[in-house]
Write a protein that binds this ligand. Structure first.
Ligand code: HGY
Ligand code: MN
Ligand code: MN
Ligand code: MN
Length: 408
């Protein structure tokens, strides 16, 4: 039994067309029209492959294949189907497509799995629209509370639950999943780094995932005329913000141990070329492999921000999301390795510098992740690319692993 790489490639290509920035990568924000097009495509394929389709109160999509022992907990397989702005066609989507291909394999070979199998497509893993990240998986496991969710809004002030209604989703539906109904969660993801390609290895078996904290910083100054306001009478929010952002790389270097700090988004108000910036909001994404280094980097960043003494400037810092580094389940890792070895796929253990939904699930159930190579290690950009051949290899490994996990 082998995965069909042409079918896989077709799913990737068709899903990549559901973007708000055609020709400039994939931009598929949660509860957008592009979300709706991708959602419908995924649900149609799930039905085609014999799955029973449901959506929860966050809009996470589930396709269920009943097991021979229907009362057993499900093996969940999947990833997220939202994207970063101008991102690639594989981040998240690859894991959802592999889930669809697994369903197709069970159907066309008329195999009923021993336990239920559920293919899942999570929403808002990237946090590109509502901030923070891992929203769908945190919601499903009750880490993001109902009231937290009700307050989530995008940059235009549109509430997440209202945006759900706009594409026909129902936020009042059941939200939190009982972990007892899950045996394990498996996620295939692109590596988003250069290691597998440089080593010529087909599969990375993920050992650990970095811890990350997302901050949102608001700098409040005073608007003014760019021409008539003397330099010593300004409270320029952007000058202050720029000073802080400029110091972040040094904080990362001081903490060391692979710590990384990134400001990826910065908004200026009122954003006029001849107006002294009144207000600036920017994000700070802090990550490290060890919890102590994440905490140290967060502490130093907050200290740097709060010691800013520019006249007439107020600064607030909001922690949008924080999740500790995760070690994935050792027994699942060994089953993934067994399956890879059995199928003759070269494999190695690997760490993840990217965050994933498996980080959330791993506090509630056994989780396993495999990576496939990313061309030139590129990701979160239109050049992101992985091969259908590697996606098929990953699918076959997950197929083996699912059947090994579903024991009598
Ligand atoms: O940011 C990340 O690591 C992931 O792509 N959400
Ligand atoms: Mn990503
Ligand atoms: Mn991802
Ligand atoms: Mn004027």
């Amino acid at each position: 039994m082998k995965a069909n790489q042409n079918r896989i490639q077709q799913h990737i290509e068709l899903l990549s067309q559901f973007t708000a920035t055609p020709g400039q990568g994939v931009t598929r924000l949660t509860y957008s029209q592009e979300d709706l097009l991708a959602r419908n495509y995924i649900k149609e394929r799930m039905v085609e492959y014999g799955l029973t389709v449901t959506e929860d109160g966050f809009g996470n999509i589930f396709g269920k294949l009943e097991g021979q022992m229907p009362d057993k907990p499900s093996v969940l397989v999947g990833s997220h189907f939202d994207s970063v702005p101008n991102g690639g066609a594989y981040d998240g989507t690859a894991g959802v497509v592999v889930g669809l291909e697994l369903a197709a394999l069970f159907k066309e070979n008329a195999i009923t799995p021993l336990y239920p199998l559920e293919i899942i497509a999570f929403v808002e893993e990237e946090g590109s629209r509502f901030g923070g990240g891992l929203m769908g998986s945190r919601g499903m496991m009750g880490v993001l509370t109902e009231s937290d969710f009700d307050q989530l809004a995008d940059a235009e002030g549109i509430l997440a639950k209202d945006a759900m209604l706009e594409i026909g989703l129902d936020p009042s539906k059941k939200k939190v999943r009982d972990p007892k109904t899950i045996l394990a969660f498996l996620e295939l993801h692109i590596e988003q780094g250069p290691i597998l390609e440089e080593k010529g290895i087909q599969v990375g078996i993920v050992e650990g995932i970095v811890g990350l904290t997302h901050l949102e910083v608001t700098v409040q100054g005073r608007a003014g005329h760019a021409g008539t306001t003397p330099m010593d009478r300004r409270s320029d929010a952007l000058v202050t913000a720029a000073r802080i952002v400029g110091d972040l790389p040094e904080i990362a270097a001081t903490v060391g141990n692979g710590t990384v700090i990134t400001t990826g988004r910065l908004n200026v108000f009122p954003n006029g070329s001849n107006v002294i910036p009144e207000n600036v909001t920017f994000t700070v994404d802090i990550r490290s492999g060890e919890e102590e280094h994440v905490l140290e980097a967060v502490k130093r960043t907050k200290e740097r921000i709060m010691t800013q003494k520019d006249e007439g400037i107020q600064i607030t810092v909001k922690e949008q999301m924080s999740i500790q580094p995760k070690l994935l389940d050792a027994s699942i890792r060994s089953v993934l390795k067994e399956s890879s070895d059995l199928l003759g796929s070269s494999n190695c253990s690997i760490q993840s510098g990217a965050g994933h939904d498996a980080m959330v699930l791993s506090d509630f159930t056994a989780c396993g992740m495999i990576f496939i190579p990313s061309k030139a290690g590129l990701s979160h950009c239109p050049e992101e690319w992985s091969s259908a051949t590697d996606l098929a290899v990953g699918t076959n490994i997950l197929f083996e692993t699912i059947n090994k996990l579903m024991k009598e």
